[in-house]
Design a protein around this ligand. Sequence first.
Ligand code: GLN
Length: 455
Amino acid sequence: RAHLDRIAAVDGDVHAFLHVSDHALDVAADIDRRRAAGEQLHELAGVPLAVKDVLVTTDMPSTSGSKVLEGYMSPYDATVVARSRAAGLVPLGKTNMDEFAMGSSTEFSAYGPTRNPWDLDRIPGGSGGGSAAAVAAFEAPLALGSDTGGSIRQPAHVTGTVGVKPTYGGVSRYGAIALASSLDQVGPVTRTVLDAGLLHDVIGGHDANDSTSLSDAWPSFAAAAREGASGQVLKGLKVGVVRELDGSGFQAGVASSFRAALSAMEAQGAEIVEISAPHFEYGVAAYYLILPAEASSNLAKFDSVRFGLRVNPQGAATVENVMAATRDAGFGPEVKRRIILGTYALSAGYYDAYYGSAQKVRTLIQQDFDAAFAQVDVIATPSAPTTAFRLGEKIDDPLQMYLNDITTIPANLAGVPGISIPSGLADEDGLPVGIQFLAPAREDARLYRVGAALE
Ligand code: GLN
């Protein structure tokens, strides 16, 4: 009730939600009854959960921020949603996002932007700005997001929240409307590292419905967060700082907050080691070929026949004309830009030059990580180069928007896990800053230990 009241009070301004559940109170009442009857319920039972609209739900529309899917009702729940419901979490609503998760500001939502609760003239990050803003504005205590190139971690950075991109394959993608299948991961957005660990424990683990799901037995991430809270884990921890990510392009207050966090870690016994990752600087270029290529293929299913919108064309209603009219009306400018880019990059004659080269860069970045993790336990970077920028500031300059992802993209290209936790406020504008930690694949627990130690 308190969260619904809060939504009613602030979401007119923030616009974190595209849809608010009309039966969350009934679900919560049922949990109360079960608890009163003596049933042993999960620690998170009864806790409200905001769900990014990229995740399909049977009881609420799932649009992925697009007009193409306006009002679309899924016949099944995403695995992460089904697992959350089974643990007794109460889905509160669906959160706003850049259309099909393409963007860094939530301005590319077909349903209007979300605003940053810290300053309503500023962006809440993207693509999962709705989930991060909902948590930051106390509209929801926990949220789910998806991270293909930073869409959990960068919104966490600009809203003072915690965001985790798990190891690729650690959390099921079944029912996450695909953007780029080799990069997408679902993960938690919360106010504390422990909350993220608790939610990760609920949603993670093998799922036979996702062919890329890892069959590993995972440790408890909540336990890792609790272990880390003592701070002892920092003693002797080797923290790598990437030489190539230290310099121009980083706002002064972001850089100084980052250095202050490193000093705090050093004071608790961590060892800061400069490392080189010479190919990280090509990550953005490689990503913006691989992502559009995969997205152009994934979005081919929005063909006016199988899902959602259908528009009658001018002239003859041939299959091709209906499809073209539907996709023209249903997709926004950023989605069209990427479909065109991806289709071009995959076309005969250009495939090797663009897609093939990008895949080679991807391998080099993976090798940079291997070399780094032979020297250090975790890598630390600022979570993004700047604090929240103003709405409209980068909307007409796609390259500026893409460059914002420089620190988050390498983890997706390599499949390694990453966490962003708040590291304070920037001196010059008083806006939140995040520090990102990256660990080797399958070592997500390390991030929870380190994150909780620093919190
Ligand atoms: N900013 C990235 C992009 O626009 C983030 C995408 C994501 O993680 N979903 O592609």
